[in-house]
Write a protein that binds this ligand. Structure first.
Ligand SMILES: [Zn+2]
Length: 157
């Protein structure tokens, strides 16, 4: 968002063609640049071995082969949960529970996504979900503010 505001401010002082040409060059550099591989060769090879364990992406509990959901936290761990007609219901429910009941990074995109998914999935009950979503959001703000105050207090010591 800051980048867009900066571009609009530049537009007042520079021709639009120069700005667009510069942005196009930046896009080409981004497009051609290959990001570095964050994983080491050893880790990559360890993942490809047959005795590698599947872990839950939320709680890191080892999963048995063929598991659809984590028995500890309920997160979807199966490879095709989100596209299988029957399991999709549970995956969607797990995703919506995560929005209403756990720590979740809230960005404008996730908020719009949760509102749209709740309206599509639970049209009649969407207001109930959205009430819990906003209530949990406010609760998370309070937790973040108290954590910030605690970190400021610890930094003063
Ligand atoms: Zn789990």
């Amino acid at each position: 968002m800051k980048r867009w505001i900066q571009l609009i401010k530049e537009w007042q002082t520079r021709p639009l063609g120069d700005i667009l040409a510069e942005q196009f060059k930046r896009f080409l550099v981004w497009w051609k640049t290959t990001p570095p591989n964050p994983w080491s060769e050893e880790l990559d090879e360890a993942l490809k071995t047959t005795d590698a364990k599947l872990l839950c992406s939320r709680c890191f509990t080892p999963q048995r082969n063929g598991a659809w959901f984590c028995p500890k936290c309920g997160a979807a761990v199966g490879p095709y949960n989100n596209i299988m007609p029957y399991l999709n219901i549970f995956s969607t429910g797990e995703m919506l529970r995560a929005g209403a009941g756990s720590k979740l990074k809230r960005t404008p995109l996730t908020i719009i996504g949760y509102v749209m998914v709740s309206l599509m999935e639970y049209l009649i009950f969407a207001p109930v979900f959205l009430y819990r979503f906003v209530r949990n959001w406010n609760r998370q703000k309070e937790v973040v503010e108290t954590e910030d105050e605690a970190s400021e207090d610890s930094s003063l010591l």
